[in-house]
Ligand binder design. Structure first.
Ligand code: PXG
Length: 459
């Protein structure tokens, strides 16, 4: 099928996620046709460096034929059977055991879903069921954060703190409230990072008092907010959140859909930030996106009650524990282990990316450039000050981030824009030479963006 035909049918029939489908139809979508390693090719033959790992998920890179082989073998052996009626399947069991092995201590159970959204819906049902069984049914409120992303189902979008999502469809659903995010770059002017981290954590305690400590079931957070713009919290934040959760007996849910599976140099980023979660949401990197799979790692505190005294938990999906998805995950995890990708990000390529990405901070458009493991973000500013808080930002209506994103894309680099923050989450297989290539490409696209903005008279 030629590109024009694909675009025509796309515009006619395909309603894209998070997209103004009419506007896209008029412009024509870019058609991706192939991936290999850290690169993608579109239907017009353009080679593109994928700085976003698909959508924060292709951790082992594209073109892994061993995952295809594992999927093929499972499909020709047992393509599907459910886990509902006293039955199980081998890949689902093997994967559960493997996930428990790589999880932090105190996690011995896995509940499977098909996506991160469904996993967070599962969390809502699990924590409420937990408190019912504990004889505290009034303890149903879940606290989350503004600008968090926890999915697009009714509960996922409600847990998330995206105002644009809440506006459409009457969200959040009852029993979910939000506090501020630990965004030092945007909100920490005049404070040290340390003090700001403690202040942002104190909003949780305030909210617990407002709701009533006896009504709060859980707090949910991404260790680093991804879709919100790679919001890296001050080091003081998570330990203080943990202390507050412990003080009030509030369950902690770590949404590791982006941060898990090596992205921050640990199997799970909770370990990096001093979090001791009771539940861990996973998806994306568990299969490197080759096949959809998500789930919840259930810590012993919750599992002991749900399994120990709960009887039947009336929740599950047709494809919970899908054998093909679990086979893909097993092979994906085997690759991560064989190639030492978690350690490599922690000790070698992560620190290298940090050094190289930080060099972009000297670009006239860049207020700050920072990274953690294999996520990174830089802020575009109109005029640089001594610190990001003294820098002059662009009027947000100018949508400078989107202009920059277009220059990136047109020049073979995928970098996401969240407002005027440009972010990446590259495949974990990236070598030091490829990091150099990527940073050079980003710099040249920043130059093009600068020239463009000057020409528009915006600088
Ligand atoms: N939790 C987190 C932390 C996520 O990043 C989900 C849950 C939901 O997962 P599913 O598999 O249901 O999509 C996500 C997904 C973006 C973007 O614009 C990010 C996600 C999804 C769509 C867009 O960065 N993350």
């Amino acid at each position: 099928m030629d590109t024009a035909k694909v675009r025509e049918l796309d515009a006619a029939h395909y309603m894209h996620p998070f997209t103004d489908t009419k506007a896209l139809g008029e412009k024509g979508a870019r058609v991706m046709v192939r991936g290999e390693g850290i690169y993608l090719w579109d239907s017009e033959g353009n080679k593109i460096l994928d700085g976003m790992s698909g959508l924060w998920c292709v951790n082992v890179g594209y073109g892994r034929s061993s995952i295809a082989d594992a999927v093929h073998k499972q499909m020709t052996t047992l393509p599907f059977y459910n886990s509902f009626f006293n039955t199980t399947n081998v890949p689902a069991v093997q994967l559960a055991a493997k996930l428990v092995e790589i999880a932090p201590p105190g996690f011995n159970h896995v509940f499977y879903t098909n996506s991160g959204s469904e996993a967070n819906d599962t969390n809502v049902r699990m924590v409420r069921r937990y408190w019912d069984l504990k004889g505290q049914p009034q303890r149903h409120v879940i606290i989350s954060r503004h600008n968090a992303y926890h999915g697009s189902t009714m509960a996922g979008a409600s847990l998330g703190g995206m105002s644009g999502m809440h506006e459409q469809g009457g969200l959040p659903i009852p029993g979910i409230v939000h506090i501020g995010q630990p965004n030092y770059l945007d909100d920490g002017a005049g404070m040290s990072e340390h003090d700001f981290g403690l202040k942002a954590a104190s909003w949780l305690e305030e909210q617990i008092h407002e709701v009533g400590a006896d009504k709060v079931a859980a707090f949910i957070g991404e260790p680093i907010q991804g879709a919100g713009g790679v919001v890296i919290p001050p080091a003081s934040y998570w330990p203080e959140i943990q202390r507050i959760c412990d003080k009030y007996g509030v369950l902690l849910i770590a949404d590791e859909v982006i941060c898990g599976f090596g992205r921050l140099g640990r199997w799970f980023a909770s370990e990096l930030f001093g979090m001791k979660p009771d539940l861990i949401t996973f998806a994306k990197g568990v299969t490197s996106g080759y096949v959809p799979l998500g789930g919840v790692l259930v810590g012993d505190r919750v599992a002991d009650v749900l399994i120990g005294q709960g009887g039947e938990f009336n929740h599950g999906f047709t494809y919970s524990g899908h054998p093909v998805a679990c086979a893909a995950a097993l092979e994906n995890i085997r690759i991560i282990e064989e190639e030492g990708l978690v350690r490599r990000v922690a000790e070698q390529t992560g620190p290298y990316l940090k050094r190289r990405f930080a060099t972009l901070g000297d670009h006239p458009l860049v207020g700050v450039a920072e990274s953690c493991g294999f996520v990174a973000g830089l802020n575009l500013v109109r005029r640089k000050g001594a610190t990001i808080h003294d820098s002059e930002r662009f009027d947000e209506n100018l949508a400078v981030g989107m202009i920059c994103r277009a220059h990136m894309f047109d020049n073979g680099m995928i970098m996401r824009a969240v407002g005027d923050r440009m972010i990446i989450a590259p495949p974990l297989i990236m070598t030091e030479a490829q990091i150099d290539e990527m940073v050079a490409l980003i710099r040249s696209c920043l130059d093009k963006t600068l020239a463009d903005l000057q020409q528009r008279g915006w600088i």
